[in-house]
Design a protein around this ligand. Structure first.
Ligand SMILES: [Zn+2]
Ligand SMILES: [Zn+2]
Length: 210
């Protein structure tokens, strides 16, 4: 078995068959793409890129930093900025173009960010086997957290990895503090182990030991 190219050192998990990444990393990327689809429309300046020279109209909105962030993430062509990192729509578009070029797929007649996200999702399995998958995962993770923050829904930080045993090995999915702070919960839906009290102590000890 080979190690996942995305998992951090010391946390390497076995890759899925014919892929370069593990089950958890593959699932996380799909979840990020799905959430981008949910969050992007809440950034109200979202535009469709048509053949009509559409795009941001000059003079739109104020120049408040919040607005600049939204414009940055919903612009089809942005260069990474020190403040906001990579633009979300531009990044999604670039990867969708890469996938179409590599696979010889036709470019859709009308481009929309949802179409591009769909292109990434429908080619997910193939993407997970590409040599650039680690870069892809990193960028999707970055724009996902930036867009989520811009949509005013900051990401809860993972507090460690799940130590529940499943089919003879550790679950290993990220665990997050529960909204009511009563404990922490595994993010893997099939596991969904909740840690409270003594279990929580055991989890903490396990994180320190790893
Ligand atoms: Zn992994
Ligand atoms: Zn778990």
């Amino acid at each position: 078995m080979t190690d996942c190219v995305i998992c951090p050192p010391g946390r390497h998990r076995d890759v899925e068959p014919h892929k370069l990444v593990c089950f958890h990393c593959s699932n996380r990327i799909l979840r990020h793409l799905g959430e981008l689809e949910d969050y992007l429309p809440t950034l109200s300046l979202l535009k469709t890129k048509g053949g009509d020279g559409g795009g941001r109209k000059p003079g739109f909105g104020s120049s408040s930093p919040a607005n600049d962030t939204v414009i940055h993430h919903t612009d089809w062509r942005t260069t990474p900025s020190a403040l906001d990192g990579m633009g979300a729509v531009a990044t999604v578009h670039e990867w969708a173009v890469q996938v179409r070029e590599d696979r010889g797929l036709e470019c859709p007649r009308t481009l929309s960010v949802f179409g591009e996200l769909h292109a990434l999702r429908s080619n997910h399995s193939w993407i997970m086997a590409q040599p650039w998958v680690a870069d892809y995962a990193q960028e999707v993770r970055e724009i996902h957290s930036a867009v989520r923050a811009a949509a005013n829904d900051p990401i809860p930080r993972s507090v460690g990895q799940c130590i529940a045993m499943r089919r003879d090995r550790e679950c290993g999915a990220d665990v997050y503090e529960m909204p009511d702070a009563s404990g922490v919960k595994c993010s893997d839906n099939a596991c969904a182990r909740i840690y409270t009290g003594l279990d929580l102590d055991r989890l903490r000890v396990a994180q320190e030991a790893s």
